[in-house]
Design a protein around this ligand. Structure first.
Ligand code: GAP
Length: 422
């Protein structure tokens, strides 16, 4: 099995990610997150929101609607220009992105048509009667919801340029070819910051540099290995229709270096398109420029999983950063058939559950329980044993070093709180 097959198998077996609509044969490009996957994604989003909103004085958050007036997408240029080049095989009629294939069909070797532009927006119909139904779009990027609310935020929050608006939410793209597990999906989640600045190239350059460093460092601070990360600047012909400058943060995935966050200098493209201006406190009116950081929650989750995956002899250890790990700790009674141990372990479990998401396991022997927790990335295992009954201490075993230490039950909450803040 290659690494991607192993990740795919682990994700399914241990409740991280399942194929969407699986009992009906799946549905290309759609994935469901299981009980541990949703925790991983929520933890990524929580960390992102903390660093982008709570830890700053110059960023506020919003949550805009997924479906907007279709005029938004006409004005933003997406109806016209949000396209990929598509080719179709003249024999088997499979369709491919023209920039990803040579002139022969990868499926049957047939000849391909000349490329045509294929729009990635997903259409939906809104309304109650057949005649009254209106065509709209599922948002192709979450970004436009920020721009159309720019004035609302300025008027309601007393923010002044420079400031940012952060948002996390689902986006949809009718990708020509979905693939590489969740990497290219048709429904996915983005975490974005639109940072508004005065229209000035020096300010734009400084802001762009600041955010590209801040964002790559954020991923590294949550455990992605620095040697697996790099920047790649887009050539002019690659850039999206809105971008004056674009740079990707890429991860060295098993399928090659792959983008999972884009830093874009959008200039005044969007606010101008929506005819929105800003007046500063001296009454000077102008169209602000935007520096954007646009990360994918699903791609990050996938890369955090890949990067954390390690094998030690016959054991799998998912070395997820403790703040991203689904369960923070697992509690075991040493023996499941000794009532006094189970009772005491339940007490410890209840104490920890007040603050953390905690697993409980009493199946099999202690070694198997450690392995099962290592495989899903649980940073600490807490065992209640006979010593506990004598002196109210428990054993804490740390996942990566497998070091064990005795901690008294009344110090446990502080012990883990400190561990999680590191
Ligand atoms: N607002 C700018 C924007 O949407 P993008 O580079 O098109 O920029 C940003 O997308 C991020 O969204 C990507 O770096 C990626 O993480 C995620 N993303 C884009 N398309 C995706 C897809 N089909 N499947 C999963 N994630 C995707």
């Amino acid at each position: 099995m290659d690494l991607m097959e192993k990740i795919y198998a682990l994700a399914k077996r241990r409740g991280f990610i399942y194929p969407g609509s699986e009992i009906y044969g799946g549905f290309g490009g759609f994935w469901d997150y299981g009980p541990l996957g949703v925790e991983l994604k929520n933890n990524i989003k929580k960390e992102w929101w903390k660093s982008m909103v709570y830890d700053r004085n110059d960023v506020v958050g919003i949550d805009a609607a997924i479906i907007m007036n279709p005029k938004v997408w006409e004005a933003s240029g997406h109806v016209e220009a949000f396209t990929d080049p598509l080719v179709e095989c003249k024999e088997c009629h499979y369709r491919f992105r023209a920039d990803k294939v040579a002139e022969k069909c990868p499926n049957c070797g047939g000849l391909l048509t000349t490329p045509k532009r294929f729009n990635l927006l997903t259409e939906v119909y809104v309304g109650t009667t057949e005649e009254g139904k209106k065509k709209a779009y599922l948002r192709g990027e979450i970004t436009q919801g920020v721009f159309v609310n720019f004035k609302n935020v300025v008027d309601s929050m007393r923010v002044e340029i420079p400031f940012g608006i952060a948002q996390i939410g689902k986006a949809f793209r009718n990708e020509i070819t979905a693939g590489n597990f969740t990497f290219r999906s048709r429904e996915f989640e983005q975490m974005e910051l639109e940072y508004f600045i005065e229209p000035d190239e020096d300010v734009a350059e400084k802001t762009f540099c600041y955010w590209k460093e801040a964002r790559i460092n954020w991923y590294a601070s949550l455990g992605l290995r620095k040697e697996s990360l790099r920047f790649r600047e887009h050539e002019e012909k690659e850039r999206a229709h809105y971008a004056k400058k674009a740079l990707d943060i890429e991860y060295k995935a098993p399928f090659g270096w792959s983008e999972f966050e884009g830093i874009h200098h959008r200039g005044d493209y969007d606010l101008k398109a929506h005819k929105i201006t800003y007046k500063d406190k001296n009454g000077k009116e102008y169209i602000p420029w935007v520096i954007e950081t646009s990360g994918g929650v699903d791609r990050s989750a996938l890369f955090f999983l890949i990067d954390a995956y390690t094998e030690k002899n016959d054991r799998i250890v998912l070395r997820l950063h403790h703040r991203l790990a689904p369960y923070k700790m697992a509690v075991f009674p040493l023996l499941a058939n000794r009532e006094e141990l189970v009772r005491q372990a339940r007490k410890v479990y209840d104490i920890l559950r007040r603050k953390f998401f905690v697993a409980w396991d009493e199946r099999g022997n202690i070694g198997k329980r450690y392995y099962a927790q290592d495989e899903i990335g649980t940073p600490w295992c807490v065992t209640v044993d006979f010593q506990t009954l004598k002196d109210e201490t428990i054993t804490v075993r740390e996942r990566d070093s497998t070091d064990q230490e005795r901690v008294s039950i009344d110090k446990l909450l502080d012990y883990f709180q400190d561990g999680l803040e590191k």
